[in-house]
Design a protein around this ligand. Structure first.
Ligand SMILES: NC(=O)c1ccc[n+]([C@@H]2O[C@H](COP(=O)([O-])OP(=O)(O)OC[C@H]3O[C@@H](n4cnc5c(N)ncnc54)[C@H](OP(=O)(O)O)[C@@H]3O)[C@@H](O)[C@H]2O)c1
Length: 335
């Protein structure tokens, strides 16, 4: 069940203690920082002790928040018991996964996380890793198999759940932009990826016509959105976590970059089938993943509504995300 009427009674109420799986990852670091900034207690689930990472989290966190690191061996036969005991010990009420690996076995790790959440008796909310397009729309991306595998189990589970969808990170539109005077980089903890558009080279290789709408969201807004979703009183539903920073086609995104930088971009459009035929049997799983993901983001699979904004408003929580133009002006405009 996604959200039954019994859950609405049982699981209503904001989160207090949140466990984040994949806290060492690019997106995971942002999610942990967003939750700490909002004053939550965060249990950072890590595979390795990472004192430097923990120190960097705590140095920037407000004193009202608390960070507790927990090292987990997900492949141990005791992983489920260890995790559910950890959840009980810290009274975790929400589990958020930000895991990623191009290996189908990753779904087993999320299975353990979900089973431990259900066994704990205290976890009332669960979010599997996503942070892209709504999971059903990933059907043409083989590397997203682990995201699809957990869905049928979640639909039957007696838990309130959502997956956070945010489109493509707007941050990539400033890959290669110079750092700010304080050292901040546009990509923050992400990779400075040239995804479809290479802004510093002034090129765009767009799959399809480039006219399909696509959601763009700044990663820091995603982290803030996750924290705001944890404040909601109502239970999460499948689409509660759909966050829209801005929505525009890749052709429009190029136009924004051209207007702000005053530079004409060299743009190619490649029919989708030709674009996808670039994947060769000898390609690495990562290369194939990028090509399939670019085709999906460029062809309309990343067009969805801002559900989280509406949910927050309905509970009187203020919400505003950064537009593509605001972000591009911040990083490519005159400083
Ligand atoms: N929309 C976008 O533009 C966009 C861009 C990037 C990512 N994403 C999405 O964001 C999510 C997170 O991606 P990311 O880039 O943050 O990934 P990442 O940096 O590679 O981090 C992956 C995390 O998963 C952990 N992990 C990997 N394999 C594991 C395993 N077998 N068992 C337990 N932990 C494991 C890693 O732990 P260790 O540190 O111990 O290895 C790390 O914490 C993914 O769902 C991805 O698709 C979206």
């Amino acid at each position: 069940m996604s959200t039954s009427s019994s859950q609405i009674g049982r699981f209503a109420g904001p989160s207090r203690v949140i466990a984040v799986a994949g806290a060492s990852g690019r997106v995971g670091k942002h999610v942990v920082e967003g939750l700490l900034s909002a004053g939550f207690t965060v249990i950072a689930l890590l595979r390795q002790p990472s004192p430097d990472l923990i120190a960097s989290f705590t140095s920037s966190a407000p004193s009202s928040s608390k960070l507790i690191p927990a090292v987990i061996n997900y492949t141990s036969p005791y992983a489920l018991t260890t995790l559910s005991e950890k959840f009980k010990e810290h009274r975790v009420d929400t589990v958020i996964s930000t895991l990623f690996e191009l290996d189908d076995s990753l779904h087993q790790v999320e299975d353990v996380l979900l089973d431990a959440s259900l066994a704990s008796g205290c976890v009332k909310r669960f979010s599997p890793s996503n942070y892209a397009m709504p999971v059903p729309n990933t059907k043409n991306i083989r590397g997203c198999e682990f995201k699809r595998r957990i869905m049928p189990k979640l639909e039957k589970a007696d838990i309130s759940w959502t997956h956070f969808a945010c489109g493509i990170f707007t941050n990539y539109l400033a890959s290669g932009a110079p750092p700010k005077a304080n050292g901040d980089l546009p990509q923050a903890h992400l990779n400075p990826l040239n995804f479809i558009i290479n802004p510093s080279a002034g090129t765009a290789h767009i799959p399809g016509t480039g006219d399909a709408p696509c959601v763009f969201t700044v990663v820091q807004d995603v982290a803030r959105g996750v924290a705001e979703a944890c404040k909601l009183k109502k239970p999460w539903q499948l689409n509660t976590g759909w966050i829209v920073g801005d929505k525009m086609s890749y052709n429009e995104a190029v136009r924004v970059l051209e207007e702000v930088t005053g530079r004409k971009f060299t743009v190619t459009h490649t029919p989708l089938s030709t674009f996808l035929s670039r994947i060769k049997p000898t390609d690495t799983a990562l290369n194939a993943f990028y090509v399939e993901a670019m085709a999906a983001f460029g062809s309309g699979d990343c067009d969805f509504d801002d559900v989280l904004g509406g949910e927050l408003k309905s509970e009187g929580i203020e919400w505003k995300a950064t537009s593509v133009r605001e972000f591009v002006e911040e990083w490519w405009g005159v400083r």
